[in-house]
Design a protein around this ligand. Structure first.
Ligand SMILES: [Zn+2]
Length: 370
């Protein structure tokens, strides 16, 4: 375990490790890059490298052991989605009055605070920044050299951004703030100007294919090409993507789509969603279905926009062309919005199958209006 596990963007990683070597790790750091470029993974690695109890070296630069008490606890935050889901579920169990007051924060190490966008608005809120301020100013790191606050999104409520700005103006000595963003322009210029910006690029799909040939030799060349496209530059996703699961979800997603597009009879749809209604794995299956639907809808947009060479589902070009016939950008936009609604509905714990059926109905209605 160490920086050798971080794939891609070696120049950026080296510069950041150099700043640890000379003990000048930035007080405020913006890691910018597309989804899946490894921003969060790198942020946790940096926090471990600074605070490792048995620090090591590789290529002449600071590295971390991955096993000491600090490394292990910071590493426990690695599965962000799962940690956030746990925190949201815990909040749901609170009394209503406490629920309103409670902000979602992840803390697997006393000196490392992770701040995800707070549902349902999915924005960083004032209450979260207040917590960061409390840790930064009034609680010196207890079990590490430097405390970290990692913001996993740059969607700030206005008061939250203003409050954060005050921290950046007078950064406490033993604290680093790391802001992760897909687009630094989303942040206030005054925030940007007070932070060091480092960029991570997505890995091109040809590079991912080469990596897959080495790390997942069991995949055929065709499957490697598909996995590389579906991963959208994200190394971790390319390496772990289960194509069998994806194909099954995509099959169901196609049924939902075809139904919505041209078949007024919903019986096929009900058949497809029946298996999602119950069972312990219902939520995961539904999430997979939604992901597959999103990738198909986005591919349809690429076909309609006249750039079919960019589609992700590279193995079904002809089928995408067929589906896209007669579709307008407006319709596809509507479908994308409907998908977002279903995802929000899921978060609000609506009956999963219900909101899926509702989506197909709403897709169908939009289709009829054209
Ligand atoms: Zn360690």
């Amino acid at each position: 375990m160490g920086f050798q596990d971080f794939l891609g963007n070696p120049a950026t990683v080296t510069r950041l490790r150099e700043s640890i070597a000379v003990e000048r790790f930035p007080h405020s750091l913006i890691l910018a890059g597309p989804k899946g470029a490894g921003k969060y993974t790198l942020a946790l690695m940096l926090a471990r490298a600074v605070n490792c109890l048995h620090p090591t070296q590789s290529d002449g630069l600071p590295d971390f052991c991955g096993e000491c008490r600090n490394c292990a606890r910071i590493g426990d935050a690695a599965n962000l989605e799962e940690r956030v889901a746990e925190a949201v579920a815990a909040r749901e169990d609170l009394r209503d009055v406490d629920k309103r007051e409670t902000r979602i924060l992840i803390q697997t190490h006393p000196d490392v605070l992770i701040v995800p966008p707070d549902p349902p608005q999915l924005m960083i809120k004032l209450g979260q920044v207040r917590q960061v301020i409390h840790v930064a100013y009034y609680r010196p790191p207890a079990e590490s050299k430097r405390s970290f606050s990692i913001f996993t999104s740059s969607a700030f409520m206005k008061e939250a951004a203003n409050s954060l700005l005050k921290v950046l103006e007078e950064p406490p000595e033993h604290t680093s703030l790391i802001l992760l963003t897909e687009n630094p322009q989303e942040l206030l210029p005054t925030i940007r100007s007070r932070a060091v910006v480092h960029r991570l690029g997505a890995l091109p799909s040809t590079e991912l294919e080469t990596l897959l040939a080495k790390r997942r030799p069991e995949l055929s060349a065709k499957d490697r090409a598909l996995a590389a496209r579906l991963a959208e530059g994200a190394v971790g996703r390319a390496l772990t993507l289960d194509l069998g699961v994806y194909m099954a979800s995509r099959q169901d997603a196609l049924v939902v789509l075809r139904t919505a597009l041209r078949e007024p009879d919903y019986s096929q749809l009900f058949h497809a969603t029946e298996s999602y209604r119950a069972g312990a794995d219902g939520q995961e299956k539904t999430a997979n279905l939604l992901r597959a639907l999103s990738s198909l809808v986005e591919d349809l947009l690429l076909v309609v926009a006249g750039t079919p060479g960019l589609v992700r589902n590279v193995d079904m070009g002809a089928e995408l062309e067929r589906l896209a016939q007669g579709l307008t950008v407006d319709w596809i936009d509507g479908a994308a919005r409907a998908l977002v609604q279903v995802e929000q509905g899921m978060r609000r714990n609506l009956l999963r199958s219900l909101s899926l059926d509702a989506m197909a109905v709403s897709l169908g209605e939009q289709g009829q209006r054209l």
